[in-house]
Write a protein that binds this ligand. Sequence first.
Ligand SMILES: *[C@@H]1O[C@H](CO)[C@@H](O)[C@H](O)[C@H]1NC(C)=O
Length: 434
Amino acid sequence: MLLWSVWGVLLLNTAGASDEDDVRAGCSTAVNDLVYIVDGSWSVGYTDFDTAKEWLINITSQFDISPHYTQVGVVQYSDTPRLEIPLGKHQQGAELIQAIQSIDYLGGNTQTGRAIKFVVDHVFSSTERGSRVKNRIAVVVTDGKSQDDVVDASMEARAQGITVFAVGVGSEITTSELVSIANKPSSTYVLYAEDYTTIDRIGDSMEQKLCEESVCPTRIPVASRDEKGFELMVGLNIQKKAKKVSGSLVSETAYTLTVGTDIAETTREIFPEGLPPSYVFIATLRLTGSSSRLTYDLWRVVSKDKEIQVAVTLSGKDKSVTFTTTCVTEKEQRVIFKTGFQTLFDGKWHQLKLLVRPRHVIGFLDDHQIQEISLKPVVPIYINGKTQVAKKTGTDTTVPLEIQKLRLYCDPHQSERETACEIYSVVRRPVTLT
Ligand SMILES: *[C@@H]1O[C@H](CO)[C@@H](O)[C@H](O)[C@H]1NC(C)=O
């Protein structure tokens, strides 16, 4: 709740600014219609129903509830659905929390299909915001097998562009049913909790997923699956602006930036909804000559006033990597990986990876974890400036380097899946049998 109030203050301040340009973007400012469909059948019970309500309040706290940003509706269902909170009825977070808290437990059977159909037909369509809404998301929380069919209603939801998450609580749930309710892939859209007393454990994960849905519209095709994220080699036109060179392996292509290459785009185009609370930054690169000696921002997002919103800074002099991000209490916060990254500057190909989480950042070099460093809570970024690559700190001068991959994945678990297999030493690392 603390974060919410801090963001609330920031948003109030910025909303007062005459220039609409100056608005920060992130989950809090996502324009979502979000509808919770909550199981109120007898199997849930009074205590667990209260916990479910608290959980919904928790996962809502990252959004700014307002007519401009996220609007929430709640439907409770058993035999029939009951519209508890019409979409957009409460235009402020505090009011919405109170309304969710005062929902009375219904009791009855479990007709999940009927509830989904009701929401598709009557709740989402009731919004007056029309096409201004960027994401329409439904979250179905259920503890048991539905007594009616869920397939048709769920297909109708998808046909209307509504993204559906299914949250199964307890051992009575049927996996196949949750899979039919939710969007694909199920690994993203189906969540499980052992019971209501442990549902808080999937709160962070639900928050992250809701946020990814709101701020990560683009997909990076990776092997067999589509990952949400930002392919910066394409987004920043690196492949068009820089000269092709051979990459880390015969099969890989890289690009060489010279002093005359200006890699910069307006942030509004690259990150139109800001950054998610967790993400994985990955760069595969080769630092030779001045790029192994100078200090520069490999990647940075700056505001119109040139304030750093986020940056990954390499120092060839200190052989260090610095991560800069926003901060609730100060203008910015910087954390320095002082040791462990020496070989990044040795003139060979390497993969630098930063796993950014709401309260810490972990640095990796060629799949080896270097260090985990704590972060203070961040605030959404200003998207009114530029996103740049390989710029000398504090200037717009390009530092020449070779780059093969530059990506941001929204799902933090991609950190484990994205290995540095394009790095020769990693491919050739002997397998040790234990
Ligand atoms: C809601 O959030 C509070 C504060 O983080 C936490 O203590 C509580 O366990 C959460 N409850 C649920 C049901 O997620």
